[in-house]
Design a protein around this ligand. Sequence first.
Ligand code: KG4
Ligand code: ZN
Length: 343
Amino acid sequence: MIFLGIETSCDETAIALVDQDRNILANAVYSQIEEHSTYGGVVPEIAARAHLTKLPALLDKTLSNTSVKLSDLSAVCATAGPGLIGGVLVGLNFGKALAFSLGLPFYGINHLAGHALAVRLTQEVAFPYVLLLVSGGHTQLICVHSSGTFEVLGTTRDDAAGETFDKTAKLLGLSHPGGPAIETLAKQGDHKAYNFPKPFYREQHCDFSFSGLKTAVRKSVLENPNADKASIAASFQHTMAEILFERSATAIQNCRERNISPSAFVISGGVGANSYIRAHLTKLEEKFEISCIFPPMNLCTDNAAMIAWACIEQASASVIAPSYEVKAYPRWPLDQYLRGENK
Ligand code: KG4
Ligand code: ZN
């Protein structure tokens, strides 16, 4: 059974082919970085138009690079939310039209469920596991109990971690997206040079807040325009790593106190591609005797293989059903699955 997945919720146009035996037959991603670079961030209208322009050619390219034909497909699925609504609508309707024209079932998939289950596409990770989802739009600690039971342990009360990387990069005069630019610059700096704040440090909940960190960086730049930007970047990245470590530790502890034994700690989302943060989080292994699992970088950032895989997992567990009626959702919290609302 081969599933074709489509992802268009932000600034990556992506199509993938995945089968139920965990084979990724194709995983094509067109990144719109150039389209948005002059604006210093993702412009929703430009993103939606670029998805519309790129999807047909990307489908042709994806198929021509494999021996898979449209007639080999068993189902089509697309991200139905959460995300930038224009882009989600483009991918969703493209997927529905493709499925309808081929007489195939169509599924609308939750983008966050895609990130949450991506790790199981390449490794046998047993439920439950603790997931740190850190992307441009989301920062959440989740206990993944099953392919349809996501318990949100904590979330950000203001900015997302990736958004904080992007805004800090802008302050430092770096290019968009900010995460990779900060990671590169930080290599030349001293991470001990600045002592930035860590909100909620040692508090017993799993929520995040990054606005104080962002403001502290802004103050350092404004107070001293000649400040060593590499050291600001390194100190910022180090503080971010410490915050993510400390909150993740609280989440693992929270599960154990409730007699839930997570099989692993997993990181997903664009910020999970940061090597410094990955290395820092690996210290959880020793502290909790738990294995830290990092999916391959190309499955951490936005991609359609994770959408196709979430569809395979959720459809086979009857968490979702095929429908051409599925709508696009700008917000679609994962814990709605828990409450049985699923939208
Ligand atoms: O998951 P993703 O590709 O898209 C969303 O669903 O948001 O995440 C994009 C975010 C951006 O904010 C980007 O700056 C950040 O992930 N990011 C990084 C790195 N690579 C991407 N942040 C820190 N270090 C990186 N190496
Ligand atoms: Zn994402």
